[in-house]
Write a protein that binds this ligand. Sequence first.
Ligand SMILES: [Zn+2]
Length: 97
Amino acid sequence: MARRSSKRPWGAAHPELDVERARGGTRSEEGPDGTWTVRSVTSQDKTYLCPGCRQEIVPGTPHVVAWQTDALLGADAALELRRHWHRSCWSRRGSRR
Ligand SMILES: [Zn+2]
């Protein structure tokens, strides 16, 4: 197979319990590219495009919305730029380049 799989669970350092406890709330995550605010959400009637896999996140799917906490543009601009991710895509975000 020529396709190289570079799955490295970057979020593996966080124990599942921590995620469980923070479910429904907002948490802060250190990433390779800064600090991110991550919120667990479930969309009601909107479909989002996941930047991780470019697939749609259909209504009713629990996923995360993330924005950069220490963005240079400021918190307001960062909120504008927030993105919706599949949970699995978000957790393996660190292996993206
Ligand atoms: Zn995805």
